[in-house]
Design a protein around this ligand. Structure first.
Ligand code: DWN
Ligand code: ZN
Length: 408
């Protein structure tokens, strides 16, 4: 197989999750009996450029349809994280009314709204129509397009100036033509500008068995080594990195610019990745066995609860939740329903396993004995909100890094 990024033949598969439905392909009630698209899902490592990637392609229009359900503004933690980032950029980059901040995959304006409040001109770019409408409705100038070199050149030709800051959060995992995407960022970035890129860290995925973050939307799983090599291939430079343990199971924020130079923090990450082998196949080759063990352990826990007559629900109709339910084989007998705060998801059903997605009140109304936290990356925020559930005797099950019951 040829690497999606460097083009070298020889990527080495290390995990096969089998045929999986699309993780954000929530099912309408009227379609429950109909056929459901499933696609093979295998993950591989490129020994040449260190990029971890899935082998199967699913058309972007299929992955990100008109009714794509993910809205960033349903997490208070993510909103707070984004606001801190925006305020820090305005201060450290001395952004003003003469600056331009562009966000790629700007979703519903969850982040750019902070710059708008401070009078800094913005442009959001996102391919999901409902999210772009939500952003424009709140005064965040956004266009509904997929980003790449072609759009960058079209914007520059149309009079959009180069950007002092380009933000790309949770999108550099999603773009099939990652080279074109990076080339577009290079063209759009002002000479002294800064690109910040946030993505879950592949080390946390492997070390904490976060296999459920693997789905067809996520073509790539990033490391400092992989990002550094990708940027240098396009004449950009990875300069610095920040780590956020509490975000999406462990997130790195990469700082990229036209100028060379590496901070001690980045040098330390690169050295640590070399020492642990994140840039070599041996780091990944035992992962599949650990994923299989988690599957066995979680099924055993849920089956024993069912055998005892205990009731189990789930929290978070997350994309990762679909991978977890479908790979482990958690059907309606083991988990009867899923709750989620995102109103766009309520009334729909989970991909493949078809549990109904209800409002969060169902937890207190129906009082399942246990609730599996599929959105475990937000478990503190979620458990903090649902004290009433635990005070009424409800217990939580957290599936990664290994399945365990926690009482509050
Ligand atoms: O790249 C992506 C990652 C970073 O985020 C995208 N593919 C979309 C998304 O993936 P996900 O769906 O697994 O992400 P979340 O944000 O972990 O999903 C959380 C789910 O839980 C959402 O449906 C919202 C919901 N939620 C809730 O009901 N109550 C979330 C919080 C914090 C809550 O309090
Ligand atoms: Zn490669």
């Amino acid at each position: 197989m040829r690497c999606r990024v460097c083009g070298v033949v020889g990527v080495r598969p290390f995990l096969d999750l089998g045929k999986m439905p699309l993780s954000d392909g929530l099912v309408r009630p009227e379609n429950l009996q109909g056929p459901e698209l499933t696609f093979a899902l295998e993950v591989a490592f490129c020994p040449n450029c260190a990029m971890v990637q899935i082998l199967q392609d699913v058309a972007q229009e299929v992955l990100f349809p008109e009714d794509y359900p993910y809205f960033s503004s349903f997490s208070d933690q993510l909103l707070a994280h984004s606001r801190r980032h925006a305020l820090n950029l305005v201060e450290t980059r001395s952004l003003s009314g003469d600056s331009l901040v562009v966000e790629l995959a700007s979703n519903d304006g969850y982040l750019l709204q902070n710059f708008v409040e401070l009078g800094v001109p913005v442009l959001g770019i996102d391919p999901a129509p409902a999210q772009v409408k939500a952003a424009n409705d709140k005064g965040v100038r956004s266009i509904c397009r997929f980003f790449g070199l072609e759009l960058a050149e079209e914007l520059l030709a149309g009079g959009t100036g180069q950007a002092e800051v380009i933000i790309a959060n949770n999108v550099c995992a999603h773009v099939p033509d990652l080279n074109g995407f990076v080339a577009g960022m290079k063209a759009l970035l002002a000479p002294g500008g800064l690109i910040t890129i946030e993505n879950p860290y592949v080390r946390d995925l492997i070390d904490h068995c976060e296999f459920d973050t693997i789905y067809h939307e996520h073509l790539f799983y990033h490391s400092c080594t992989g990002i550094a090599r990708l940027m240098e291939r396009h004449g950009l430079h990875l300069n610095h990195v920040e780590y956020f343990a509490e975000l999406h199971g462990g997130t790195l924020r990469y700082h990229v610019s036209h100028q060379a130079g590496r901070t001690p923090e980045l040098e330390a990450y690169l050295a640590d990745e070399a020492a642990t082998g994140v840039d070599s196949f041996r780091y990944y080759e035992g992962f599949a066995q650990r994923v299989e063990q988690l599957r066995v352990d979680l099924r055993a826990l849920l089956s024993s609860l069912r055998a005892q007559g205990r009731t189990v629900a789930a929290y978070g109709a997350a994309a990762k939740g679909s991978t977890m339910l479908n790979y482990v084989g958690i059907d309606g007998d083991l988990v009867s329903f899923v709750v989620d705060r995102n109103t766009h998801k309520q009334g729909l059903h989970m991909p493949g396993t078809h549990q109904p997605i209800l409002g969060v009140d169902a937890l207190v109304e129906q009082r399942p004995d246990f609730t599996l936290i599929l959105a475990w990356n937000f478990k503190e925020e979620i458990m903090g909100q649902q004290r009433g559930y635990t005070e009424a005797g409800g217990q939580w099950i957290v599936p990664v890094p290994h399945p365990e019951v926690i009482a509050s």
